[in-house]
Write a protein that binds this ligand. Structure first.
Ligand code: S2G
Ligand code: ZN
Length: 465
């Protein structure tokens, strides 16, 4: 733990009352949504200005104190967990939208701006911030950038990385860098902005982000289609993608749907019980587009790829159909799921899922497995649910047994062991299944450049040596 004398010095760098050390605060701000590592920070500090962030980083370098960045604490790889006496730097008080430019369609945000706050601001300007996911109501822009968050619209809009016009960062050495100056074109050497996006706070802190906005989508319309098996989902994707400009293409299994319907607050999409469900979305800009979608639905039924389906006819029905998919993460969290967030190129998905499902079923015939994810961009979420009568540690230990097989399969398909949730601490031991030894060495060399004293979120992405 950090020497109390140093914590007293830390208090002089920020406003009164902006360093907390009580047990409840340490517990609350020392963690994210994962449950693998008990939070054990020394203190929580809440800077309000860039100068204060720089002073904190310089203090940490002087005294070799590890810092852990904290945003909305919705992370799923323990990248924001302080498990070893670190000082947590929370951006809860750097949560303002500083500027908006209608011509550039850009918004300057402090890192603590909540994703939903930016989405609502964009809507007020008649524009759209297109990166969306289940936790957007509490996740923060700084954390979204740290993880390069993806979510449900990636098939059309890409990842957070695509929407960062410029960044101001405080490096692990305490220097303030202004990266890319919000330019669309800027061919002046390495784009250092891209290094900080997805770095999980291991190179420095994001202290300001200029985010790009897009035009508002028109008449978004969703369909939920029930399929007889997983393999049928891909020709459905191919058929719809051939004719419509999809804004989303998600899937979930019957077990996932059962958990949602068990809530009692979301209506079933239709009467037919199906093994798998695809949820797709597009802009029904004209009657013709909507009719095209219905024609495609008929075609998929004729081909035997679809058993039943429904298309939203109203905003409310659109929202209800999305609840079937968006409520999954929070709903199944009740069963302390062991999560894998894996991806392959889209064409490889059917064979990949078949292999993974065979492994998991063989190893865990008694565990309930819920599949869902962003199938349109090759990202699968595998959630193994903890049996009510099994302890968490025993359960996680049993699930970890299958990791080697799962990640060997990811490696076989040239996929990623972490598609969008980041590496953090939960996946750091498996990094070599997706990154070569040479790549890992270069990444560590980059970290040494930006964080020479290794104070920035140590133990995240790379296992301690
Ligand atoms: C999703 C949210 C986190 C999870 O729902 O797409 O990324 O895996 C997930 O439960
Ligand atoms: Zn996801």
């Amino acid at each position: 733990m950090t020497d109390p004398v140093l914590i007293d010095e830390l208090k002089t760098l920020v406003e009164p009352g902006k360093v907390l050390t009580d047990a409840a605060s340490l517990e609350a701000w020392g963690k994210d949504w994962t449950k693998h590592f008990p939070p054990a920070p020394s203190a929580i500090v809440f800077p309000k200005t860039v100068d204060q962030v720089q002073a904190i980083v310089r203090w940490a370098n002087r005294h070799k104190v590890a810092l852990v960045p904290s945003g909305g604490r919705t992370g799923l790889s323990a990248a924001a967990v302080a498990a070893n006496g670190e000082v947590v730097v929370s951006f809860d008080y750097m949560n303002r939208i500083l500027d908006f430019n209608a011509f550039d369609r850009t918004v300057v945000c402090q890192p603590g701006v909540v994703t939903a706050q930016l989405q609502a601001f964009a809507e007020e300007q008649g524009l759209y911030y297109p990166v969306d996911f289940a936790s957007s109501g509490s996740s923060q822009i700084g954390g979204n950038i740290g993880t390069n968050a993806g979510g449900i619209k990636v098939i059309r809009y890409g990842m957070t990385r695509n929407w960062v016009a410029g960044l101001k960062v405080v490096t692990g050495a305490g220097e303030l860098l202004e990266l890319n100056k919000d330019l669309i074109k800027n061919a002046t050497g390495y784009d250092l902005r891209q290094l900080f996006i997805g770095a999980e706070g291991t190179l420095g802190f994001v202290v300001e982000a200029t985010m790009r906005l897009d035009r508002a989508p028109k008449n978004l319309t969703a369909m939920v289609l029930g399929t007889p098996d997983f393999d049928s989902i891909m020709p459905v994707l191919h058929a719809f993608q051939g004719k419509l400009d999809l804004t989303a293409f998600e899937f979930f299994s019957d077990k996932g749907l059962a958990k949602i319907l068990g809530r009692g607050d979301v209506p079933a999409p239709f009467a037919t019980d199906c093994p798998f469900y695809a949820l797709l979305e597009f802009e029904a800009t004209t009657e013709d587009v909507a009719n095209e979608a219905l024609a495609l639905f008929e075609h998929c039924v004729e081909q035997g790829w679809v058993l039943d389906g429904v298309m939203s006819q109203s905003e409310q029905q659109l929202r209800n159909l999305w609840k079937l998919r968006e409520y999954l993460s929070e709903t199944i969290s009740h069963w302390t799921p062991y999560k894998n967030d894996i991806s392959v190129t889209v064409a490889k998905v059917p064979a990949f899922l078949r292999d993974i499902d065979a492994i998991v079923t063989a190893y865990y015939p008694d565990f309930e497995v819920v599949w869902y994810g962003h199938i349109g961009d090759g990202n699968l979420h595998l959630n193994i649910l903890k049996p009510e009568d099994m302890g968490k540690d025993e359960f996680f230990a049993k699930c970890a047994v299958v990791n080697k097989q799962v990640f060997e399969t990811v490696e076989k398909y040239n996929g990623s062991i972490s598609a969008e949730h980041g590496v953090g601490m939960t996946k750091r031991d498996y990094l070599a299944y997706s990154r070569s030894a040479a790549e890992i060495a270069y990444m560590k060399a980059v970290k040494a450049v930006f964080d020479p004293n290794g104070i920035m979120n140590p133990g995240k992405i790379f296992a301690p040596e």
